[in-house]
Write a protein that binds this ligand. Structure first.
Ligand SMILES: Cc1cc2nc3c(=O)[nH]c(=O)nc-3n(C[C@H](O)[C@H](O)[C@H](O)COP(=O)(O)OP(=O)(O)OC[C@H]3O[C@@H](n4cnc5c(N)ncnc54)[C@H](O)[C@@H]3O)c2cc1C
Length: 438
């Protein structure tokens, strides 16, 4: 098959998300002619949503919390992060006219406070570097063509209407979460078609869906009147963990938000990747989400503090007493009090009831309904098997000339700028290595 010359490029990058834009820029900067093919009508649709539109672009705590932040596959990132650490990511964007600042927990945001400024800067950089960008071009097919006249292997890359060729291909198609942004999981089939395996695709950084707020000791909605709902309550800096088949599982700490369907916020989302994968509903009591409202106090310390406060304030209403003693919001106090207890004064509370309150403060358990669907997760856990990829170059160990960057690989990080750091660093490594390869 003869391919018109103008349709041949050194490197074809598939997907104009953060990793694809970084890979394209880096390959072009290293001297390669680059075509970037994007399925949607514009680049970075998911990037625009990041950080609630503010773009938490990286995190300065890397590499200190590296192993914890990227879970079981963290070590794969050592080389690419060493080559393009968070400070250099900041410097890179500063050089594109996007200065940034640090917020709590090492999180970095652009001073502009908009992810659009990050996306626009990348788009400008691609244009200045001479990268050819083709929007509304979903790639359907990537095949290594063994019939190159010069004896060099080439890839054939087909979109719906066009056919291109290149010496190297970088697959940057993202995961399969938030599919309306373009990340529908196309890259997995393209990788499999080129000899790769894909690990199980499950949610990471997703809300947790609760069966109901109906743990017998905790359903307060009837007790509290029709207008009371847990939705909208934020519990700052709580401890959380999963209890699976009665055994304590992974734990997290941070802010927790109740929604109409369950719980969200860092203290819930971080645990979502640990939910047993199951297509249906979990049996009652099998998987529980447990909240420790006072993670800095042991249960005996909570009991002692509560007893002391009750003794000193015998006529104080329990709700108010809990709020004052443990600095709880009113709705959080309601969550741990049973209907009858709600209207009691401290001197009316019996020992068993007091013990239940302490237990609820330390371990309020809610049944989880089912594993969160991956399309509503912020990030996809699983992806192209990293054992088949070189961590230094992001190059395939199976198909020479094929490279990967970003979320399409089996890497997921915690919230706080970690997933974008991976997109930038792997994009940079893949772009440079692909240019060197050609
Ligand atoms: C709501 C939300 C908020 C987030 N906030 C943050 C945050 O603040 N900080 C952080 O670090 N991370 C955040 N993340 C995660 C982060 O956005 C992703 O990890 C990151 O975008 C992954 O980058 P990527 O380039 O690998 O993939 P993506 O951003 O998913 O980009 C993939 C691109 O490939 C294109 N594509 C797919 N298939 C094809 C095809 N067949 N042909 C051509 N193009 C194709 C898609 O259209 C898309 O443009 C957030 C995620 C969400 C959903």
């Amino acid at each position: 098959m003869s391919i018109p010359r103008q349709k041949h490029f050194d490197v074809i990058v598939i997907g104009a998300g953060p990793s694809g834009m970084m890979a394209s820029f880096s390959a072009s900067e290293s001297g390669a002619s680059v075509l970037l093919l994007e399925k949607k009508e514009r680049p970075g649709k998911k990037l625009l949503l990041t950080g609630h539109g503010r773009c938490n672009m990286t995190n300065l705590r890397i590499p200190h919390n590296f192993l914890e932040a990227y879970h079981e596959n963290a070590r794969f990132l050592t080389s690419s992060f060493h080559a393009f650490p968070p400070e250099e990511v900041r410097e890179f964007f500063r050089s594109l006219g996007v200065p940034s600042h640090e917020e709590d927990d090492g999180r970095i945001f652009p001073d502009s406070q908009t992810s659009a400024s990050v996306c626009d800067a990348l788009e400008r950089a691609l244009s200045d570097a001479g990268v050819k960008v083709q929007y509304s071009s979903p790639v359907k097919y990537v095949e290594k063509d063994s019939h190159d006249p010069e004896g060099k292997s080439r890839f054939l890359v087909k979109t719906e209407n066009e056919e291109y060729s290149s010496r190297a291909v970088i697959l940057c198609t993202g995961g399969k979460s938030f599919p309306h942004t373009g990340s529908e999981g196309d890259g997995y089939a393209l990788a499999v078609g080129n000899g790769h395996t894909v690990t199980s695709l499950t949610p990471a950084l997703a809300p947790i869906l609760l069966s109901s707020f109906s743990d017998s000791s905790l359903d307060r909605r009837e007790d509290c009147g029709a207008e009371f709902t847990l939705a909208g309550i934020t519990l700052p800096d709580v401890g959380t963990y999963l209890r699976i088949d009665g055994k304590k599982g992974k734990s997290a700490r941070g802010d927790l938000l109740f929604t109409h369907q369950g719980v969200s916020g860092p203290a819930a989302m971080r645990l979502s990747r640990e939910l047993p994968v199951n297509t249906g509903k979990y049996p009652a009591g099998k998987v529980q989400f447990v909240i420790d409202m006072l993670p800095d106090l042991r249960e005996d310390q909570v009991e002692e503090k509560l007893l002391c406060a009750m003794t000193e304030n015998p006529n104080r209403h329990m709700k108010r007493l809990l709020c004052e003693t443990f600095h709880l919001q009113e709705k959080a106090a309601i969550l741990v009090l049973s209907g009858e207890t709600m209207d009691l004064s401290a001197n009316e509370v019996r020992k068993e009831v007091r013990k239940t309150i302490v237990r609820n403060l330390k371990a309020s358990a809610f049944d989880v309904e089912k594993c969160t669907p991956v399309d509503i997760a912020y990030v996809t856990r699983g992806g192209v098997n990293i054992r088949e990829i070189s961590p230094k170059t992001m190059g395939s160990k199976i198909t020479e000339g094929l490279f990967f960057a970003g979320e399409v690989m089996d890497i997921d990080g915690i919230s706080g700028g970690y997933n974008l750091q991976h997109a930038w660093a792997s994009g940079r490594a893949a772009g440079k290595a692909a240019a060197e390869y050609v």
